[in-house]
Design a protein around this ligand. Structure first.
Ligand code: NBP
Length: 485
């Protein structure tokens, strides 16, 4: 009889297969199963061939029986209903203390619900973000687990073994917190990824359609940017994309349709930021920019009707490129600061104890937003765990001071040349709003009180006292308490 397996994985698509191979490489014995069971043999006869610590199983019962106790079962399947269906199929075969781990991109509130429902039945549940795509899953992803904390010791060793590591060997995997916090952190990671992709695309637009640079020239620029403060996986792949040519010698990028897809985690981040009242403007703009890009036919029509200006950026090329680099760097700081504002508010709202330095560490390697820059975020939170906002950290405040000139000139040039920069300009507007001791919100309060008797606070009276003015002399003196616009 074969020895029992250490862990099981259900879902042999790209992520599942690569995670299994990764666990196998680290010496773990893994049982595998897939809804379409023919894919089990396909896997065993292809990339898992010859790996005798990967065991195919052909029913849920066989999978469960192949495991040592307490059982550990990873679901790497399509998020949503499919996860609940598998949990329901597994439950009749499990014993108290067994553990189900959902490694897909589940909505954090679903994970919170599953942790609670399963705890009431004596079953442990972890919802974990796994980032890094196919290559990460195979060679070391960033792993962000949260859920029932009693479950963490059961998988800590396996997860940290297969995860990415930073240079000093620290794993990019640590316990995030209770409930759906692991999937929440993954959601914010994905939102930040949306922002990074959008900002880089805006920079490319200015270089290509504004400065009329060719792809070889842009390759060199992204290559240089990748050697400095912007050093990151996404700048690196952008450089490589600039250099990629088809057999006809033409850059493939010029032949790719400008209609960006999305799977939903950026939208979830935007929706949650609205619900929690956190101004995560850059990520939201990045989501809207993809929505606008998808209106290709409408844009084609509008391009023939609506007036604009010639898309040309004039001036000293080197200065314009350096200003753009500064704009990208400053906007990136704002984007991460907004992401961390959201994490802080969520921790408060959902009663999680998040370690912000450790989150930066988990994103440092293995995941799509990995970058040198995250080291600085980790250092900022290590120096001051109660830091109110990343922008107020000395390093980031002075980085913004140094780059704001180039940032402002870049946004000015883009506006003058009719080149849309929704993310980079939203970041600048946020920065200017955040550093404003006074905002024109006094007028909004006056307007609200004028038309809806919503009341206002006064600068010459203590905060918390509300006043209503009969602005026209014709309205009443009764203030509104329930009517909101
Ligand atoms: P998919 O998201 O394409 O999921 C494929 C798996 O889900 C297969 O095992 C498939 O079984 C199963 N499945 C589907 Br689809 N519908 C099902 C149903 N109605 N009932 C039962 N099983 C069903 O695979 P993936 O791209 O490897 O991603 C797995 C998870 O990891 C997802 O949640 C994804 O969001 C997340 N993720 C993906 C990436 C990435 O780069 N791809 C990165 C990070 C996280 P079948 O073979 O029988 O159809």
């Amino acid at each position: 009889m074969n020895p029992k397996c250490d862990i099981a994985l259900i879902g042999l698509a790209v992520m599942g297969q690569n995670l299994v191979l990764n666990m196998s490489d680290h010496g773990y014995r893994v049982a595998v199963y897939n809804r379409t069971v023919s894919k089990v043999d396909q896997f065993l006869n292809s990339s898992a061939k010859g790996k005798n610590n990967i065991c195919g199983t052909y029913s849920i019962e066989e999978l469960v029986n192949s495991l040592t106790s307490p059982r550990k079962i990873v679901l790497m399947v399509k998020a949503g209903e499919v996860v609940d269906n598998f949990i329901n199929l597994l439950l009749p075969h499990l014993d108290e203390g067994d553990l189900i781990i959902d490694g897909g991109n589940s909505l954090f509130s679903d994970t919170t619900r599953r942790v609670e429902e399963l705890a009431s039945q004596g079953i442990l549940f972890i919802g974990t973000g796994v980032s890094g795509g196919e290559e990460g899953a195979r060679n070391g992803p960033s792993i962000m687990p949260g859920g029932n904390s009693e479950a963490w010791p059961l998988v800590k060793e396996i997860f940290q073994a297969i995860s990415a590591k930073v240079d000093d060997g620290t794993p990019c995997c640590d316990w995030v917190g209770d409930g759906g916090s692991g999937h929440y952190v993954k959601m914010v990671h994905n939102g930040i990824e949306y922002g990074d992709l959008q900002m880089i695309s805006e920079a490319y637009d200015l270089l290509y359609s504004g400065l009329k640079l060719n792809h070889d020239e842009m390759y060199t620029i992204f290559d240089e940017w990748n050697r400095g403060e912007l050093d990151s996986y996404l700048i690196e792949i952008t450089r490589d994309i600039m250099g990629y040519k088809e057999e006809d010698g033409k850059p493939l990028l010029t032949k790719i349709l400008d209609r960006a897809g999305q799977k939903g985690s950026g939208k979830w981040t935007g929706i949650n930021s609205l619900e929690l009242g956190v101004p995560v403007t850059l990520i939201s703009e990045a989501v809207y920019a993809r929505s606008l890009s998808s209106l290709k036919e409408e844009r084609l029509e509008a391009s023939k009707i609506l007036a604009g200006v010639e898309r040309v950026v004039d001036g000293n090329r080197e200065e314009i490129i350096e200003d753009l680099r500064q704009a990208l760097y400053a906007s990136k700081i704002v984007s991460y600061a907004q992401g961390y504002m959201l994490l802080r508010e969520a921790a408060q709202e959902y009663n999680w104890h998040l370690n912000y330095g450790s989150i930066a560490q988990m994103w440092r390697e293995g995941c799509i937003i990995r970058s040198v820059f995250l080291e600085k975020i980790k250092e900022a939170y290590e120096a001051n765990s109660g830091l109110k906002n990343l922008l107020l950290d000395d390093f980031f405040a002075s980085a913004l001071k140094e780059s704001q000139g180039g940032w402002r000139r870049t946004v000015g040039r883009a506006v003058a040349a009719g080149i849309p920069m929704p993310a980079i300009s939203a970041a600048l507007a946020f920065y200017d709003g955040y550093r404003s001791a006074t905002l024109p919100a006094n007028l909004i309060q006056a307007q609200r009180d004028y038309f809806g008797a919503h009341t206002y606070e006064r600068t010459d009276r203590p905060a918390g006292q509300f006043f209503h003015t009969n602005w026209t002399g014709e309205g009443g003196d009764v203030a509104s308490t329930t009517y909101e616009v």
